[in-house]
Design a protein around this ligand. Structure first.
Ligand SMILES: *Cc1c(COP(=O)(O)O)cnc(C)c1O
Length: 352
């Protein structure tokens, strides 16, 4: 059966008449504004923070549109990817009835967001050897109530990319939405799936300004999908979900593509340096290959090493209790100086 968007949208959302904000009804920039009950006086800060932000974030979307080579109509902006994830649940999943498939070990927010929305989770674990999709397991997990399948690529916390051939099989066999989370795509050796949006109306791609762009504090996540899906997301989102300060700062940062690319190259080469050096430590069992800005490292005493590092003010993520990540720590790539401090500390770790 072919994918039919109309059939998987929740009825209350299909019928929803969205809030029409003052800034939606009058779109001009010049004028004397008596329409939004704002304070007419310029705030104490330099920007015009006394006014509500642009609910459609047009200037920011124009910049993203140029960089991603994708029309504005295919771009949704959320208050972090977390908001885009939540909106996926609210658009498609009937609480208490529908379910979604996730492929653990993976990003924790899919499950938390499912729980908040009272949506069941079905797990189709990645393969134990190389953290790839087990397509048969994924397809078998699908029920008539399955609305979303989450694929994280490169995957967090394992760092690897998932093979396009398996994602393609799922896109072609599933009549719901396939969400591909590309939060770490700028660190990967392969390209985004954005061009595939033209071929797959059930594909939703998530990206973020939080990682490669270095703007985690601004909270700007992106969803790329068909015009119809983006329209649906815009109906659901709070009208002013991206604040003025974030929109301004992001517009400025997006002018610096060259600097960002240099930073990304630097992080990638530091990642490979760290991978090489970590492998040489006696208590390191495996350093998994990474397409992201972190390394998953299997060690023989994860809790002791974690505590030792913390006591030295070096904070890593202990993932050792997670299924298929037994014994593993997840280490984000830092600056060259920070990475050296990490390596020095680890060289001084004495096992009892
Ligand atoms: C960090 C991360 C995000 C980004 O979330 P934001 O809310 O945009 O900061 C999304 N997905 C994955 C898998 C991540 O690791």
């Amino acid at each position: 059966m072919a994918f039919q968007l109309e059939q998987i949208i929740r009825k209350n959302i299909k019928d929803l008449k969205p809030y029409s904000s003052a800034r939606d009804e009058f779109k001009g920039k010049e004028g004397i504004f008596f329409d939004a009950n704002e304070n007419p006086y310029h705030s104490l800060l330099s920007e015009n923070f006394n006014r509500y932000p642009d609910p459609q974030q047009l200037d920011l979307k124009k910049k993203i549109s140029l960089i991603k080579e994708l029309p504005i109509e295919n771009i949704f902006l959320g208050n972090g990817s977390d908001e885009a994830i939540d909106i996926l649940f609210r658009a498609f999943c009937n609480p208490g009835i529908d379910n979604v498939v996730i492929c653990p070990p993976t990003y924790g927010m899919y499950e938390v967001s499912a729980n908040i929305n009272d949506v069941k989770i079905i797990e189709a674990a990645l393969t134990a050897e190389d953290f790839q999709l087990n397509t048969e397991r994924v397809l078998q997990a699908i029920t008539p109530e399955t609305k979303l399948i989450f694929i994280c690529c490169p995957n967090n916390p394992t760092g690897n990319g998932v093979k396009w051939a398996s994602i393609k099989i799922i896109l072609e066999s599933f009549r719901g939405i396939v969400v591909v989370d590309e939060a770490y795509i700028n660190f990967a050796s392969y390209d985004s799936l954005i061009p595939e949006l033209l071929n797959y109306p059930n594909l939703v791609i998530l990206q973020t300004l939080s990682k490669a762009w270095g703007l985690a504090g601004l909270r700007i996540g992106m969803a790329f999908a068909s015009e119809k899906i983006i329209h649906l997301f815009n109906k659901i989102k709070p009208p002013y979900n991206i604040n003025t300060a974030s929109q301004y700062q992001a517009i400025k940062a997006l002018d610096k593509v060259e600097e960002i690319n240099l930073m990304i190259q630097n992080i990638i080469s530091e990642r490979e340096m760290l991978r090489h050096e970590l492998k040489r430590l006696p208590f390191v069992i495996t350093v998994f290959p990474s397409e992201a800005n972190f390394l998953l490292v299997k060690v023989n005493a994860p809790d002791d090493i974690y505590k030792y590092l913390t006591s030295n003010n070096i904070i890593v993520r202990n993932r050792s209790k997670i299924k298929l990540c037994e014994g593993c720590l997840r280490i984000t790539v830092g600056t060259p100086g920070e990475n050296q401090l990490l390596l020095n500390a680890l060289k001084n770790f004495n096992q009892l």
